[in-house]
Design a protein around this ligand. Structure first.
Ligand code: CAA
Length: 389
Protein backbone atom coordinates (compact mmCIF):
# COMPACT_ATOMS: atom_id res chain seq x y z
CA UNK A 1 0.00 0.00 0.00
CA UNK A 2 1.52 3.28 -1.05
CA UNK A 3 0.26 6.52 -2.54
CA UNK A 4 1.24 7.51 -6.08
CA UNK A 5 4.16 9.93 -5.99
CA UNK A 6 5.76 12.04 -8.69
CA UNK A 7 8.64 9.56 -8.72
CA UNK A 8 6.31 6.97 -10.20
CA UNK A 9 5.93 9.26 -13.24
CA UNK A 10 9.10 11.30 -13.01
CA UNK A 11 9.73 14.54 -14.88
CA UNK A 12 13.45 14.67 -15.54
CA UNK A 13 14.51 12.55 -12.57
CA UNK A 14 13.88 8.95 -13.45
CA UNK A 15 14.78 6.07 -11.21
CA UNK A 16 16.76 3.41 -13.05
CA UNK A 17 15.34 -0.08 -13.45
CA UNK A 18 17.84 -1.31 -10.86
CA UNK A 19 16.79 1.34 -8.33
CA UNK A 20 13.12 0.46 -8.85
CA UNK A 21 13.94 -3.23 -8.36
CA UNK A 22 15.71 -2.51 -5.06
CA UNK A 23 12.89 -0.25 -3.88
CA UNK A 24 10.23 -2.84 -4.71
CA UNK A 25 12.20 -5.71 -3.17
CA UNK A 26 12.71 -3.80 0.10
CA UNK A 27 9.06 -2.69 0.04
CA UNK A 28 7.96 -6.31 -0.18
CA UNK A 29 10.09 -7.38 2.79
CA UNK A 30 9.24 -4.28 4.82
CA UNK A 31 5.47 -4.41 4.22
CA UNK A 32 5.30 -8.20 4.43
CA UNK A 33 7.52 -8.79 7.46
CA UNK A 34 8.38 -5.58 9.33
CA UNK A 35 5.12 -3.60 9.21
CA UNK A 36 3.05 -6.37 10.86
CA UNK A 37 5.33 -6.45 13.93
CA UNK A 38 6.08 -2.72 14.16
CA UNK A 39 3.30 -2.16 16.72
CA UNK A 40 4.55 -4.93 19.02
CA UNK A 41 8.20 -3.87 18.66
CA UNK A 42 7.24 -0.32 19.66
CA UNK A 43 4.95 -1.37 22.50
CA UNK A 44 7.47 -3.74 24.07
CA UNK A 45 10.57 -1.64 23.29
CA UNK A 46 11.88 -4.83 21.71
CA UNK A 47 14.96 -4.90 19.49
CA UNK A 48 13.73 -6.77 16.37
CA UNK A 49 16.67 -9.12 15.90
CA UNK A 50 14.67 -11.11 13.34
CA UNK A 51 14.42 -7.97 11.16
CA UNK A 52 18.20 -7.57 11.34
CA UNK A 53 18.68 -11.23 10.37
CA UNK A 54 16.28 -10.91 7.44
CA UNK A 55 18.03 -7.75 6.21
CA UNK A 56 21.28 -9.74 6.30
CA UNK A 57 19.79 -12.69 4.43
CA UNK A 58 18.40 -10.23 1.86
CA UNK A 59 21.86 -8.70 1.22
CA UNK A 60 20.76 -5.25 2.42
CA UNK A 61 23.41 -4.69 5.09
CA UNK A 62 26.19 -3.96 2.61
CA UNK A 63 24.00 -2.39 -0.07
CA UNK A 64 26.20 0.61 -1.06
CA UNK A 65 29.59 -1.12 -0.72
CA UNK A 66 31.57 -2.94 -3.43
CA UNK A 67 31.11 -6.66 -3.92
CA UNK A 68 34.77 -7.30 -3.01
CA UNK A 69 33.82 -6.41 0.60
CA UNK A 70 30.67 -8.51 0.59
CA UNK A 71 28.43 -5.60 -0.46
CA UNK A 72 26.00 -5.24 -3.37
CA UNK A 73 27.70 -2.31 -5.14
CA UNK A 74 24.51 -0.22 -5.35
CA UNK A 75 24.42 3.57 -5.51
CA UNK A 76 23.20 5.89 -2.76
CA UNK A 77 19.82 6.56 -4.38
CA UNK A 78 19.17 2.82 -3.98
CA UNK A 79 20.34 3.03 -0.38
CA UNK A 80 18.02 5.98 0.24
CA UNK A 81 15.08 4.11 -1.29
CA UNK A 82 15.85 1.12 0.95
CA UNK A 83 15.91 3.28 4.11
CA UNK A 84 12.67 5.00 3.02
CA UNK A 85 10.87 1.70 2.50
CA UNK A 86 12.06 0.39 5.88
CA UNK A 87 10.96 3.59 7.65
CA UNK A 88 7.56 3.51 5.96
CA UNK A 89 6.99 0.14 7.60
CA UNK A 90 8.99 0.40 10.85
CA UNK A 91 11.13 3.42 11.78
CA UNK A 92 12.94 1.39 14.43
CA UNK A 93 14.24 -0.99 11.77
CA UNK A 94 15.28 1.87 9.49
CA UNK A 95 17.51 3.44 12.15
CA UNK A 96 19.09 0.12 13.11
CA UNK A 97 19.92 -0.22 9.41
CA UNK A 98 21.11 3.33 8.72
CA UNK A 99 23.28 3.52 11.85
CA UNK A 100 24.98 0.26 10.82
CA UNK A 101 25.50 1.27 7.17
CA UNK A 102 26.03 5.05 7.31
CA UNK A 103 27.65 5.55 10.69
CA UNK A 104 29.99 2.57 10.99
CA UNK A 105 30.41 0.55 7.78
CA UNK A 106 30.70 3.66 5.62
CA UNK A 107 33.60 5.36 7.52
CA UNK A 108 35.45 2.02 7.57
CA UNK A 109 34.98 1.86 3.79
CA UNK A 110 36.07 5.50 3.28
CA UNK A 111 38.95 5.75 5.77
CA UNK A 112 39.97 2.14 6.42
CA UNK A 113 43.03 0.36 5.08
CA UNK A 114 42.57 -2.83 3.02
CA UNK A 115 43.33 -4.83 6.14
CA UNK A 116 40.80 -2.93 8.24
CA UNK A 117 38.11 -3.33 5.55
CA UNK A 118 38.70 -7.07 5.36
CA UNK A 119 38.59 -7.36 9.13
CA UNK A 120 35.50 -5.24 9.91
CA UNK A 121 33.65 -4.18 6.75
CA UNK A 122 33.30 -7.68 5.25
CA UNK A 123 31.51 -9.24 8.27
CA UNK A 124 29.36 -6.09 8.56
CA UNK A 125 28.24 -6.37 4.92
CA UNK A 126 27.55 -10.06 5.47
CA UNK A 127 25.31 -9.27 8.44
CA UNK A 128 27.56 -11.19 10.83
CA UNK A 129 28.50 -8.05 12.78
CA UNK A 130 26.55 -4.89 13.61
CA UNK A 131 28.01 -1.39 13.75
CA UNK A 132 27.46 1.70 15.92
CA UNK A 133 28.84 5.25 16.10
CA UNK A 134 29.95 6.99 19.29
CA UNK A 135 30.47 10.74 19.00
CA UNK A 136 28.06 12.48 21.42
CA UNK A 137 28.75 12.57 25.15
CA UNK A 138 26.76 13.40 28.28
CA UNK A 139 28.11 16.98 28.06
CA UNK A 140 28.44 17.49 24.29
CA UNK A 141 26.12 16.88 21.35
CA UNK A 142 26.04 19.68 18.79
CA UNK A 143 29.51 20.84 19.87
CA UNK A 144 31.13 17.64 18.66
CA UNK A 145 34.69 18.94 19.04
CA UNK A 146 34.23 19.27 22.83
CA UNK A 147 34.60 15.51 23.39
CA UNK A 148 35.93 14.54 26.83
CA UNK A 149 36.34 10.82 26.17
CA UNK A 150 40.12 10.45 26.26
CA UNK A 151 42.46 8.25 24.23
CA UNK A 152 45.99 8.21 25.65
CA UNK A 153 48.67 6.60 23.51
CA UNK A 154 50.63 3.95 25.38
CA UNK A 155 52.93 1.91 23.14
CA UNK A 156 50.88 0.12 20.51
CA UNK A 157 47.56 0.81 22.28
CA UNK A 158 45.35 3.78 23.15
CA UNK A 159 43.83 3.74 26.63
CA UNK A 160 40.20 4.94 26.50
CA UNK A 161 38.35 6.56 29.40
CA UNK A 162 34.96 8.23 30.02
CA UNK A 163 31.57 7.89 28.34
CA UNK A 164 29.68 8.27 25.08
CA UNK A 165 25.94 8.93 24.89
CA UNK A 166 22.91 8.15 22.71
CA UNK A 167 24.53 5.20 21.00
CA UNK A 168 22.16 3.77 18.38
CA UNK A 169 22.40 -0.05 18.23
CA UNK A 170 23.64 0.37 21.83
CA UNK A 171 24.05 -3.00 23.47
CA UNK A 172 23.26 -4.92 20.27
CA UNK A 173 26.26 -3.82 18.18
CA UNK A 174 29.60 -5.57 17.77
CA UNK A 175 31.80 -2.72 16.48
CA UNK A 176 31.77 0.87 17.75
CA UNK A 177 33.38 3.75 15.91
CA UNK A 178 34.49 5.91 18.84
CA UNK A 179 35.70 9.51 18.50
CA UNK A 180 38.04 10.35 21.38
CA UNK A 181 40.38 13.14 22.44
CA UNK A 182 44.17 12.58 22.49
CA UNK A 183 45.08 16.11 23.58
CA UNK A 184 42.39 18.54 24.77
CA UNK A 185 44.64 21.55 24.01
CA UNK A 186 44.37 20.69 20.32
CA UNK A 187 40.51 20.72 20.40
CA UNK A 188 39.12 19.16 17.18
CA UNK A 189 42.65 18.62 15.84
CA UNK A 190 43.39 16.21 18.73
CA UNK A 191 40.52 13.82 18.01
CA UNK A 192 41.05 10.26 16.89
CA UNK A 193 38.63 7.68 15.37
CA UNK A 194 38.94 4.16 16.81
CA UNK A 195 37.09 0.91 16.21
CA UNK A 196 36.32 -0.63 19.59
CA UNK A 197 35.03 -4.17 19.67
CA UNK A 198 32.39 -5.38 22.11
CA UNK A 199 34.03 -7.27 24.93
CA UNK A 200 37.10 -5.02 25.15
CA UNK A 201 38.32 -4.81 28.80
CA UNK A 202 36.67 -1.98 30.76
CA UNK A 203 34.01 -1.42 28.06
CA UNK A 204 30.55 -1.46 29.69
CA UNK A 205 27.00 -0.34 28.91
CA UNK A 206 24.86 2.17 30.78
CA UNK A 207 21.08 1.95 31.04
CA UNK A 208 18.91 1.57 27.97
CA UNK A 209 17.19 4.88 27.21
CA UNK A 210 13.37 4.96 27.45
CA UNK A 211 12.60 6.96 24.32
CA UNK A 212 9.57 8.79 22.87
CA UNK A 213 9.85 6.94 19.55
CA UNK A 214 11.96 4.42 17.60
CA UNK A 215 11.46 2.40 20.77
CA UNK A 216 12.68 -0.93 19.44
CA UNK A 217 16.12 0.45 18.63
CA UNK A 218 18.66 0.01 21.38
CA UNK A 219 20.02 3.37 22.65
CA UNK A 220 22.39 3.54 25.59
CA UNK A 221 25.45 5.15 27.10
CA UNK A 222 28.74 3.30 26.70
CA UNK A 223 31.54 3.61 29.25
CA UNK A 224 35.28 3.06 29.06
CA UNK A 225 37.52 2.47 32.04
CA UNK A 226 41.16 2.05 31.01
CA UNK A 227 40.01 0.25 27.86
CA UNK A 228 42.99 -0.74 25.68
CA UNK A 229 42.41 -0.26 21.94
CA UNK A 230 45.14 -1.29 19.47
CA UNK A 231 46.64 1.51 17.37
CA UNK A 232 45.81 -0.80 14.44
CA UNK A 233 42.12 0.03 15.14
CA UNK A 234 42.60 3.72 14.26
CA UNK A 235 40.91 5.06 11.09
CA UNK A 236 43.33 7.53 9.53
CA UNK A 237 45.82 9.25 11.81
CA UNK A 238 45.76 10.96 15.21
CA UNK A 239 43.98 14.28 14.57
CA UNK A 240 41.71 12.88 11.82
CA UNK A 241 38.86 12.06 14.24
CA UNK A 242 36.82 15.22 13.63
CA UNK A 243 37.06 14.88 9.87
CA UNK A 244 36.06 11.19 10.09
CA UNK A 245 33.05 12.20 12.21
CA UNK A 246 31.95 15.03 9.89
CA UNK A 247 32.32 12.97 6.70
CA UNK A 248 30.44 10.11 8.38
CA UNK A 249 27.62 12.45 9.38
CA UNK A 250 27.38 13.91 5.86
CA UNK A 251 26.42 10.43 4.65
CA UNK A 252 24.39 9.71 7.78
CA UNK A 253 22.25 12.79 7.21
CA UNK A 254 21.14 11.38 3.86
CA UNK A 255 20.11 8.25 5.74
CA UNK A 256 18.06 10.26 8.23
CA UNK A 257 16.49 12.37 5.47
CA UNK A 258 15.44 9.10 3.79
CA UNK A 259 14.08 7.84 7.09
CA UNK A 260 12.07 11.05 7.52
CA UNK A 261 10.66 10.73 3.98
CA UNK A 262 9.64 7.14 4.74
CA UNK A 263 7.97 8.04 8.03
CA UNK A 264 6.05 10.89 6.38
CA UNK A 265 5.03 8.77 3.37
CA UNK A 266 3.95 5.92 5.63
CA UNK A 267 1.75 8.25 7.67
CA UNK A 268 0.21 9.74 4.51
CA UNK A 269 -0.50 6.27 3.11
CA UNK A 270 -2.39 5.37 6.28
CA UNK A 271 -4.24 8.71 6.28
CA UNK A 272 -5.26 8.33 2.61
CA UNK A 273 -6.68 4.88 3.29
CA UNK A 274 -8.53 6.06 6.38
CA UNK A 275 -9.93 9.13 4.61
CA UNK A 276 -11.43 6.89 1.92
CA UNK A 277 -13.15 4.70 4.55
CA UNK A 278 -14.22 7.05 7.33
CA UNK A 279 -17.72 8.46 6.94
CA UNK A 280 -18.85 11.77 8.41
CA UNK A 281 -21.89 13.82 7.46
CA UNK A 282 -22.98 11.04 5.04
CA UNK A 283 -19.82 10.94 2.97
CA UNK A 284 -16.30 9.60 3.23
CA UNK A 285 -14.05 12.31 4.61
CA UNK A 286 -11.77 12.29 1.53
CA UNK A 287 -14.64 14.12 -0.21
CA UNK A 288 -14.19 17.15 2.03
CA UNK A 289 -11.95 19.80 0.54
CA UNK A 290 -10.33 20.42 3.95
CA UNK A 291 -8.99 16.83 3.91
CA UNK A 292 -8.14 16.91 0.19
CA UNK A 293 -6.05 20.08 0.64
CA UNK A 294 -4.22 18.58 3.63
CA UNK A 295 -3.35 15.43 1.68
CA UNK A 296 -2.36 17.37 -1.45
CA UNK A 297 -0.06 19.66 0.52
CA UNK A 298 1.49 16.82 2.52
CA UNK A 299 2.23 14.71 -0.56
CA UNK A 300 3.78 17.71 -2.31
CA UNK A 301 6.06 18.36 0.65
CA UNK A 302 7.11 14.72 0.91
CA UNK A 303 7.86 14.51 -2.82
CA UNK A 304 9.98 17.68 -2.52
CA UNK A 305 11.81 16.18 0.47
CA UNK A 306 12.45 12.98 -1.49
CA UNK A 307 13.82 14.93 -4.45
CA UNK A 308 16.17 16.93 -2.18
CA UNK A 309 17.33 13.65 -0.63
CA UNK A 310 17.97 11.99 -3.99
CA UNK A 311 19.72 15.14 -5.15
CA UNK A 312 22.21 14.77 -2.27
CA UNK A 313 22.61 11.06 -3.09
CA UNK A 314 23.41 11.80 -6.73
CA UNK A 315 26.05 14.37 -5.69
CA UNK A 316 27.54 11.80 -3.30
CA UNK A 317 27.65 9.14 -6.02
CA UNK A 318 29.32 11.59 -8.40
CA UNK A 319 32.00 12.23 -5.81
CA UNK A 320 30.99 15.90 -5.51
CA UNK A 321 30.89 17.87 -2.26
CA UNK A 322 27.49 16.99 -0.84
CA UNK A 323 27.71 18.13 2.78
CA UNK A 324 25.33 21.15 2.38
CA UNK A 325 22.99 19.13 0.14
CA UNK A 326 22.76 16.41 2.79
CA UNK A 327 22.07 19.10 5.41
CA UNK A 328 19.30 20.62 3.24
CA UNK A 329 17.75 17.21 2.68
CA UNK A 330 17.84 16.31 6.38
CA UNK A 331 16.57 19.70 7.53
CA UNK A 332 13.69 19.79 5.09
CA UNK A 333 12.72 16.12 5.23
CA UNK A 334 12.74 15.94 9.03
CA UNK A 335 10.64 19.07 9.45
CA UNK A 336 8.24 17.80 6.77
CA UNK A 337 8.04 14.45 8.59
CA UNK A 338 7.13 16.13 11.87
CA UNK A 339 4.52 18.48 10.34
CA UNK A 340 3.06 15.72 8.16
CA UNK A 341 2.66 13.17 10.93
CA UNK A 342 0.97 15.75 13.19
CA UNK A 343 -1.54 16.48 10.40
CA UNK A 344 -2.10 12.78 9.75
CA UNK A 345 -3.02 12.31 13.40
CA UNK A 346 -5.49 15.20 12.92
CA UNK A 347 -7.13 13.42 9.96
CA UNK A 348 -7.76 10.39 12.18
CA UNK A 349 -9.25 12.60 14.92
CA UNK A 350 -9.60 10.70 18.22
CA UNK A 351 -8.49 7.48 16.52
CA UNK A 352 -5.20 9.17 15.70
CA UNK A 353 -4.48 9.71 19.37
CA UNK A 354 -4.74 6.06 20.37
CA UNK A 355 -2.77 3.02 19.34
CA UNK A 356 -5.63 1.37 17.38
CA UNK A 357 -4.06 2.99 14.31
CA UNK A 358 -0.32 3.44 13.73
CA UNK A 359 -0.22 7.19 13.01
CA UNK A 360 0.56 8.17 16.61
CA UNK A 361 3.67 5.96 16.34
CA UNK A 362 4.73 7.71 13.14
CA UNK A 363 4.34 11.07 14.91
CA UNK A 364 6.52 9.92 17.83
CA UNK A 365 9.07 8.37 15.48
CA UNK A 366 9.28 11.52 13.34
CA UNK A 367 10.52 13.78 16.16
CA UNK A 368 13.96 12.21 16.48
CA UNK A 369 14.77 12.95 12.82
CA UNK A 370 14.91 16.66 13.77
CA UNK A 371 17.41 15.87 16.52
CA UNK A 372 19.86 13.05 15.82
CA UNK A 373 22.82 13.18 13.46
CA UNK A 374 22.72 16.96 13.86
CA UNK A 375 19.74 18.99 15.02
CA UNK A 376 17.79 21.15 12.55
CA UNK A 377 19.75 24.10 13.97
CA UNK A 378 23.08 22.41 13.14
CA UNK A 379 21.82 21.70 9.60
CA UNK A 380 21.00 25.41 9.22
CA UNK A 381 24.57 26.25 10.34
CA UNK A 382 26.03 23.88 7.73
CA UNK A 383 23.78 25.29 4.98
CA UNK A 384 24.46 28.90 6.01
CA UNK A 385 28.24 28.31 5.97
CA UNK A 386 27.87 27.01 2.43
CA UNK A 387 25.59 29.73 1.03
CA UNK A 388 27.50 32.59 2.72
CA UNK A 389 30.90 31.44 1.42
N1 CAA B 1 33.76 17.27 5.99
C1 CAA B 1 35.11 17.38 6.17
N2 CAA B 1 35.65 18.29 7.04
C2 CAA B 1 34.80 19.08 7.72
C3 CAA B 1 33.39 19.01 7.56
C4 CAA B 1 32.87 18.05 6.65
N3 CAA B 1 31.56 17.92 6.45
N4 CAA B 1 32.82 19.93 8.37
C5 CAA B 1 33.80 20.56 9.00
N5 CAA B 1 35.01 20.05 8.62
C6 CAA B 1 36.35 20.50 9.03
C7 CAA B 1 36.55 21.98 8.73
O1 CAA B 1 37.02 22.16 7.41
C8 CAA B 1 37.57 22.38 9.75
O2 CAA B 1 38.83 21.93 9.33
P1 CAA B 1 40.20 22.75 9.70
O3 CAA B 1 40.30 22.82 11.18
O4 CAA B 1 41.29 21.96 9.05
O5 CAA B 1 40.02 24.12 9.10
C9 CAA B 1 37.18 21.52 10.97
O6 CAA B 1 36.44 20.40 10.45
C10 CAA B 1 36.35 22.27 11.98
O7 CAA B 1 35.21 22.78 11.32
P2 CAA B 1 34.23 23.82 12.02
O8 CAA B 1 35.04 24.98 12.54
O9 CAA B 1 33.12 24.12 11.06
O10 CAA B 1 33.70 22.97 13.26
P3 CAA B 1 32.76 23.38 14.46
O11 CAA B 1 33.40 22.93 15.72
O12 CAA B 1 32.33 24.79 14.34
O13 CAA B 1 31.49 22.40 14.25
C11 CAA B 1 29.35 21.68 13.43
C12 CAA B 1 30.65 22.46 13.17
C13 CAA B 1 28.65 21.65 12.07
C14 CAA B 1 28.45 22.36 14.46
C15 CAA B 1 29.71 20.22 13.87
O14 CAA B 1 30.27 20.20 15.14
C16 CAA B 1 28.50 19.31 13.86
O15 CAA B 1 28.12 18.76 12.82
N6 CAA B 1 27.85 19.11 15.06
C17 CAA B 1 26.75 18.19 15.19
C18 CAA B 1 27.26 16.83 15.56
C19 CAA B 1 26.21 15.76 15.32
O16 CAA B 1 25.59 15.70 14.27
N7 CAA B 1 26.06 14.87 16.30
C20 CAA B 1 25.20 13.76 16.19
C21 CAA B 1 25.91 12.53 16.70
S1 CAA B 1 25.44 10.98 16.02
C22 CAA B 1 23.93 10.59 16.65
O17 CAA B 1 23.05 11.37 16.51
C23 CAA B 1 23.71 9.32 17.39
C24 CAA B 1 23.30 8.15 16.61
O18 CAA B 1 23.77 7.05 16.88
C25 CAA B 1 22.29 8.24 15.52
Amino acid sequence: MTAATILDKPLGFALTEEQILIRDAVREIAQGEFAPRAYEVDKNHRFPRENWDLMGQSDLLGLPFPEEYGGSGMDHVSYSLAVEELAKACATTSVIYSAHVSLCASPIFIFGTQEQKQKWLVPMCQGKKMGAFALSEPGSGSDAAAAKCTAVLNGDHFILNNSKNWITNGIEADYYLVIAQTDSKLKHKGLVALIVEKGAPGFTFGKLEDKLGIKGSSTCQINFEDTPVPVANMLGQIGDGFKVAMVTLDGGRIGIASQAVGIAQGAIDHAMKYAKERVAFNQTINQFQAIQFMLAEMQTNVDAARLLTHNACVAQDRGEKFSPLAAQAKLYASEVAMATTVKCVQIFGGYGYVTDYPVERYMRDAKITEIYEGTSEVQRLVIAASVLK
